[in-house]
Design a protein around this ligand. Structure first.
Ligand code: MN
Length: 747
């Protein structure tokens, strides 16, 4: 929800019974006049006059004159700057279904194009959600495909938005049904087309109908947070942009939005299993989109440096993606505003997946070669979206005439099972392809097929809308090789080829075994797979069968097989002696030279305590200007340079910050650490969270894949109190089964 005000207006909509249709029309015309010609405006008025007459005397359930509905729907349509044809068609949209006028009447008065759109709307209305989520994806696609012209979808969505807005006047049962259908089919279609505003209306409008009390409660909560009218989104984007730029990042984009009531509700239900709205803290969310995965983690580190993260709310869906392929980093921070803020960090590719769903996922999966169908699907959705976006922006609507034809029709068909389920198949699919798409038992036992009630030959090519009923043999398989000619889909072809191969192999194997047994019998040896048979022990069943089959190809002989299986029949075993290597060992010398001569030579402040007495390490003898660090030992506190040998082996708990009195500020130290960890066991965010716990800002974060399972993180962070590192390493060590510290040092 980008604008709370617009949203409030939508839901505050109450019928006044006084709204004059002419006022609504004028509002439409006012917008249309900005980009349409005067003849087009005139045509819109004519559509209005005709529709008003057609619906004359009819009232909606809300007691409004019917004409108010198509006009209100058209007002929503105006949000995408539609062409004149769409505006007329939207005003006329219920005429064919609800009045005495027919397609022919509309065609005669307004032309074929408008009549076709009106008829398309009738067709699309027949695609129904039956309260079952199985096959939902196909319903959405059918919805799009049935429309043939994208403008039909635009109008249908606008129509549904107004229906949802005024749904309270319908009987309870019908209300629920329409709201559910809107939520499951219409809102996702709007989302898919990138019509974000429509999606919001549809989702939240349905939500309000399905759970009125929850809706009000959440709206109240949102008002409480954002009622002050502050420009939180703009302000937040500016703040985030400035800190990221300050840290040297570029090439990122930041978006912000208030979570819509429906999204909040979803989160309460699915994630927190709560009905307490206050549990949802991240009402305001920002999204940072960047180029690379390592940038994502860098950005997370930077944000945590400036704002306090809620450690438990850091989620790394990059390391552990959700089942639907969703990847992103989420963190919730305090300190930007007076309430917590959620920040999502992801790459552009991840953002595409999140916005357009799993279809997009496959197109971005670099290593997956077998996903052609899915990426075609994805291309199609992306193409649709870009058409919709361009259409909405452009002032020259004429250019879009061709592209508004939904092209999926060239690629896919939708056919019904006798039960009314919809199957999606590539264009050119046959009855057998359909049978393959249902179940293996169906195509294996295929007898014949009825299409729309008539028996059709195997060569029949299916069309969208066909109802296909397959008859099968009860007690036998009928699949044969020559049916390959009637298959179009690669997966069906593959299955049949495989089936045929198995069939053929079995026949050949029978033949080969028969020959082998005859050979064995002649030698007086046991039959293959009989008692005391040695041949079956030559390997696993498949291997042995494969070898026997080679005889038919003349690449092996029965004699050879028998000689290997019964070696005592032919020759003696030849033993081999194995010479074992003698391993050598090496010894290492130990060096330990300790001198404890020391002379204090300058006053040093250790751990901000001026009273601590200390001595200088005689090994490294720090000079003025060299960075120093203190180490407590039996002999007292010793001051070392950062490169002193004495620092290599000590534990961090004995280290203390130290600086010369002449230096005004405490020293900070740079921690360099390399961690190797198992990707599936530890997430990068776990590691970053650990650094955050000890307030160690990270300023360098590099990731490298070690192998399939392991990753190497090279991290540099700033440490003001080196003793803290002991705790950090203790915590890192707790994960020692999955995480190994490869190297560590401070400078
Ligand atoms: Mn309508």
């Amino acid at each position: 929800m980008e604008d709370l005000k617009a949203f409030e207006k939508f839901f505050a909509y109450e019928l006044t019974f006084e709204e004059d249709p002419v006022d609504i029309l004028n509002d439409i015309l006012l917008k249309a006049k900005k980009y349409l010609a005067s003849e087009e405006i005139e045509a819109i008025v004519q559509a209005y006059e005709f529709t008003k007459e057609a619906h004359k005397g009819v009232l909606r359930k809300s007691w409004e004159p019917y004409i108010v509905h198509p006009l209100k729907a058209t007002q929503f349509l105006m949000e995408i700057n539609p062409d004149a044809i769409s505006i007329q068609a939207c005003i006329l949209h219920d005429v064919i279904e609800d009045t005495q006028y027919t397609y022919a009447d509309i065609e005669q008065r307004f032309g074929k194009e408008i009549a076709d759109i009106c008829e398309g709307l009738v067709k699309v209305s027949k695609v129904r959600y039956k309260g079952e989520d199985r096959g939902l994806e196909t319903i959405k696609k059918t919805f799009l495909a049935m429309a043939q012209d994208l403008r039909v979808i635009f109008i249908k969505l606008a129509d549904r938005i107004h229906n949802i807005q005024t749904l309270q006047y319908l009987p309870e049962e019908k209300k629920t049904k329409i709201a559910q259908e809107t939520l499951k089919v219409y809102a996702p279609v709007a989302k898919r087309l990138g019509l974000y505003a429509y999606q919001l209306y549809l989702e939240n409008g349905s939500f309000r109908i399905l759970y009125p009390e929850r809706f009000e409660e959440i709206m109240e909560h949102i008002r409480k947070y954002f009622g002050g009218g502050e420009k939180f989104i703009d302000k937040g984007i500016k703040m985030l942009t400035s800190i990221l730029k300050k840290e040297g990042l570029s090439g990122f984009t930041i978006q912000g939005r208030i979570k819509s009531p429906f999204r909040i509700f979803e989160k309460m239900e699915k994630k927190y299993h709560t009905d307490d709205v206050a549990m949802i803290m991240d009402l305001l969310a920002f999204r940072v989109i960047t180029d690379s995965v390592s940038d994502c983690y860098m950005i997370l580190g930077i944000i945590h440096k400036y704002y306090t993260p809620l450690i438990k709310k850091i989620k790394d869906y990059i390391a552990l993606p959700k089942f639907n392929g969703y990847k992103s980093i989420h963190t919730t921070i305090l300190g930007m505003f007076r309430f917590p803020i959620e920040i999502q960090i992801r790459t552009r590719a991840m953002d595409n997946i999140a916005e357009y769903g799993v279809a997009a996922h496959y197109a971005y999966a670099e290593h997956n070669a077998s996903v052609k169908a899915s990426s075609t699907q994805n291309d199609w959705i992306k193409r649709l979206q870009s058409i919709v976006a361009e259409y909405t922006e452009s002032s020259n609507k004429e250019n879009f005439k061709d592209s508004l034809n939904i092209e999926i029709l060239d690629k896919a068909i939708f056919v019904y099972t006798p039960k009314g389920d919809i199957k999606e198949l590539p264009q050119g699919s046959s009855i057998l392809d359909f049978a393959f798409s249902i179940h293996s038992e169906i195509w294996l036992r295929f007898k014949n097929a009825l299409v729309n009630g008539q028996i059709k030959p195997l060569s029949y090519i299916l069309k969208t809308g066909d109802i296909v009923n397959i008859n099968t043999f009860k007690n036998r398989y009928s699949a044969v090789k020559h049916r390959l000619d009637y298959l179009h889909t690669p997966s069906a072809k593959g299955q049949l080829v495989k089936y045929v191969r198995i069939q053929e192999r079995e026949a050949r194997l029978d033949e080969a075994i028969e020959g082998l047994n005859a050979y064995l019998k002649a030698l007086g040896l046991p039959q293959f797979r009989g008692e005391k048979d040695q041949i079956q022990k030559l390997g696993d069943a498949l291997e042995v069968e494969k070898r026997i089959l080679l005889v038919l190809d003349k690449q092996e002989t029965y004699g050879n097989i028998v000689r290997t299986a019964y070696p005592e029949l032919t020759k003696n075993l030849q033993d081999k002696t194995v010479v074992s290597d003698i391993s050598t060992q090496q010894k290492e010398l130990q060096k330990s030279i300790q001198t404890s001569l020391s002379v204090p030579w300058e006053e040093v402040i250790v751990d901000n305590d001026k009273s601590l007495h200390c001595i200088f390490c005689p090994e490294c003898t720090p000079h003025v200007g060299e960075k120093i660090i203190a180490k407590s030992s039996k002999e007292g506190i010793k001051i070392h340079t950062m490169f002193c040998k004495a620092l290599k082996t000590i534990s961090y708990s004995s280290l203390l910050e130290a600086h010369r009195k002449s230096e005004p500020q405490s020293n900070t130290y740079t921690l360099h650490i390399q961690l190797q960890f198992f990707k599936n066991k530890i997430t990068i965010v776990d590691i970053i969270a650990l650094f955050s716990t000890f307030s160690i800002p990270i300023f360098k974060f590099e990731l490298n894949n070690v192998d399939e399972e392991k990753m190497l993180a090279t991290i540099e962070g700033e440490v003001s109190n080196p003793a803290k590192l002991a705790f950090l390493f203790a915590d890192l060590h707790k994960n020692h089964a999955f995480l190994e510290v490869i190297s560590k040092s401070i400078t």
